[in-house]
Design a protein around this ligand. Structure first.
Ligand code: ADP
Ligand code: MG
Length: 686
């Protein structure tokens, strides 16, 4: 309850913020009114009561009912000392923390803060309510394995079943037994609730009902082949025939979204006069800076415009935008898929689940009755969309998870209490890979190298590349590369200026290595003082590059703290890129391929036929390459590729290339040939 501020400067005494002791701002009153109308606020007494009386509570409520913004704060006000609230998505953690700080009228990063990878806007002492990505909370457990800083931990968006949330759930189940004062809330949209209650030993379920207006669902009559075209047509139809109301479109990723935005802006400019109100087209995806993201919440500009928000599935349940009346759902999302036989993880555009489709439709009925246009037939909905999506843990490469658990001191991996235990086979494969990477020894104990790898908030392969890079005298370049591999694609290629963009890219090309090309781009960006104009002239994404600068700084600090040498052969050294390519191989040795015929490469071991991705700078056909990613679009491709010398394979400190590990086949023959040509021993066996 707000106390009264003492009269100051002769002004009238108003109520004052109990957290800061200062009078409330005018924004506070605006937001306070909105928040009081939320279903969660209205149920606040019941919620606080049940959380205090139980160790674990499952709280389920319609998206937009105020779970994420209100529950943590209510618990703070009810006397909890330090609260962590996890979010699977970075963009949601930032957006929600910002909102809550505004609502509480406090400075972000003090009482309320957030922590996401490479960005910590929280204070070790002052912050008492922290929004944190699930992955980062897991990392906190490295230092503090009972998460003893917190007396209340909220796992939000639990229905998303991300890898890190699943691991956290298992971990917290154990911690709850050791820390009788810890309370936990598992929050989710309306999905999967029984599963959660059972898993947490029949935890009580609390249901907060939101007000939902009816949503009219309209399926496509015939299958749609070009959904981008169909989306554009649908927006036109809405804008030209339907009453006022904002539009939300679900697309799969940054490039698609930006492309759609430019199409719709073009349409809006061309027809504004005819149809009166223009469109205000706004993208929403995680690589956008906060200031641009926030625009989706602001009133349209000009005020008579119809807002059209083009979003990834972050808008499905993590972020709620009020005022949406029309939803356009093409039925796809980018999904992480792991192929255990190729051991490669890739992001694939795949059909969403029926559950997701229902969530998406629900976004149209938050403030009044709405319409959801599904760009697929009713038949397809019933027969082609899976009822629900698989938890991420069942479709991931488990190397990082297993390493994390090992680092947390959990040795019995097979009996770890996962909600949906992965197949033992996948676990064993992960252990095998960790062994090749030198992260565990023959007794499956974590090695010194393994412990260091886990320290980096990076994929284990990149971590290994960094750790081995001083040995190749090139850690400076390797850090730059690691940063560049952690941000979205920096090369812009607008459809109308593709040739011009390609020509500009030529300036940075190192002809045998996409990796080295990335490092050159970064260095040129630094040389030009991180200038935006220069980026625009060279078709480079300045935001992604700025982000890389920030990540690079942090990685360098981490390396220094670990006592690793920062070294470089110097920009003019003739062997500079050779050293870098060897560093890449240190991390990515399990992702090599050798030339087979015409345009195709065969990947080592699993022997998949792949082509060089068209974006690669490599124009000749090196006989051996190392690659960063495997992508499946119209064909199988490897992307971000470097030429390697086959003899390097035999010099790696790993048993991966022991010929004894290979059965008779193309891989073995290629390795034998390479060994003969380079005068290596045929086998490293004794
Ligand atoms: P839930 O977690 O139950 O889905 P939230 O707590 O995220 O609900 O949202 C509650 C309300 O707060 C919604 O009306 C939403 O539009 C609003 N809101 C959340 N974040 C922001 C923000 N950054 N700016 C403006 N409004 C926001
Ligand atoms: Mg939420």
């Amino acid at each position: 309850r707000p106390s009264r501020c003492r009269e100051t400067n002769g002004g009238p005494a108003g109520p004052c913020n109990p957290w800061t002791g200062k009078p409330f701002s005018s924004l506070y009153y605006q937001l306070e009114e909105k928040r009081r109308a939320l279903p969660v606020f209205q149920e606040r007494e019941r919620i606080v009561e049940i959380v205090k009386r139980n160790r674990v509570v499952v709280l389920q409520g319609e998206t937009g009912s105020g779970k994420t913004t209100q529950v943590p704060r209510l618990l703070l006000e009810a006397g909890f000392q330090r609260i962590a609230c996890t979010q699977p998505r970075r963009i949601a953690a930032v957006s929600v923390a910002t909102r809550v700080a505004h609502e509480m009228d406090v400075r972000l990063g003090e009482l309320v803060g957030y922590t996401i990878r490479f960005e910590d806007v929280s204070h070790p002492k002052l912050t008492r309510l922290k929004y944190v990505t699930d992955g980062m909370l897991l990392r906190e457990a490295f230092q503090d394995d009972r998460l003893s800083r917190y007396d209340c931990i909220i796992l939000d968006e639990a229905h998303e079943r991300t890898l890190s949330t699943d691991v956290l759930m298992g971990l917290l189940k154990g911690i709850l037994k050791q820390r009788p004062e810890l309370h936990m809330v598992v929050m989710s949209a309306t999905l999967e609730r029984d599963h959660f209650c059972t898993y947490f030993d029949h935890a009580p379920l609390l249901n907060v009902s939101g007000r939902m207006h009816p949503v009219d669902i309209r399926f496509a009559e015939r299958p749609v082949f070009d959904y981008l075209f169909a989306v554009e047509q649908q927006v036109r139809q809405i804008h030209e025939n339907e009453p006022a109301g904002d539009v939300l479109i679900f697309l799969t990723g940054e490039e698609e979204i930006e492309d759609m935005c430019s199409r719709l802006r073009h349409y809006s400019r061309a027809t504004a006069r005819k149809h009166g109100a223009p469109l205000q087209v706004l993208p929403l995806y995680s690589a956008l800076p906060m200031s641009v993201q926030e625009r989706v919440f602001e009133p349209p500009r000009p005020p008579e415009a119809r807002k059209v928000i083009v979003a990834t599935n972050v808008a499905e349940t993590s972020i709620t935008i009020d005022g949406i009346t029309y939803v356009i759902d093409p039925g796809f999302a980018k999904v992480k898929i792991y192929n255990p036989s190729t051991r490669v993880e890739s992001l694939l555009v795949s059909p969403i689940s029926q559950d997701s489709a229902r969530q998406r439709a629900g976004r149209a009925g938050r403030t009044r009755p709405g319409i959801c246009y599904r760009l697929y037939t009713e038949e397809a909905f019933r027969t082609e969309l899976p009822a629900r999506s698989h938890p991420e843990i069942l479709r991931s490469n488990l190397c990082n998870v297993v390493l994390t658990l090992k680092k947390l001191g959990i040795h019995d991996l097979i009996h770890f209490d996962f909600m949906d235990p992965p197949a033992p086979d996948t676990m064993i494969r992960a252990l095998e890979m960790l062994f090749y990477l030198g992260a565990v020894d023959e007794e499956v104990e974590l090695t010194q190298l393994g412990r260091q790898m886990a320290e980096f908030p990076l994929d284990i392969q990149i971590a290994r590349m960094l750790l081995e890079s001083p040995r190749h005298g090139s850690s400076n370049e390797a850090i730059t590369l690691a940063a560049m591999l952690s941000v979205p694609n920096v090369f812009l290629r607008p459809r109308q200026q593709a040739d011009e963009a390609d020509a500009r890219k030529q300036r940075f090309v190192v002809s045998d290595s996409d990796h080295a090309t990335l490092v050159r781009v970064f260095e040129a960006f630094m040389d030009h003082g991180c200038d935006r104009q220069w980026c625009a002239e060279n078709y480079l994404n300045d935001r992604a590059l700025m982000h890389a600068v920030n990540i690079r700084r942090q990685l360098e600090l981490m390396m220094q703290r670990m006592g690793l040498r920062i070294c470089s052969p110097g920009r003019r050294a003739p062997d500079r890129w050779i050293r870098l390519r060897r560093c890449v191989l240190e991390g990515f040795f399990s992702q090599t391929a050798f030339w087979m015929r015409r345009r195709d490469y065969l990947t080592i071991r699993d022997e998949q036929l792949v082509g060089l991705h068209p974006s690669s700078v490599i124009r000749h056909r090196p006989s051996w390459v190392v690659f960063h990613e495997f992508v499946l679009t119209t064909g199988s491709y490897i992307r971000t590729v470097s030429q390697i010398e086959p003899k390097w394979l035999f010099e790696l400190p790993t048993k991966y290339y022991d010929l004894l590990e290979y059965k008779e086949g193309a891989s073995r023959r290629a390795l034998e040939l390479a060994a003969r040509l380079t005068g290596q021993r045929r086998s490293a066996a004794p």
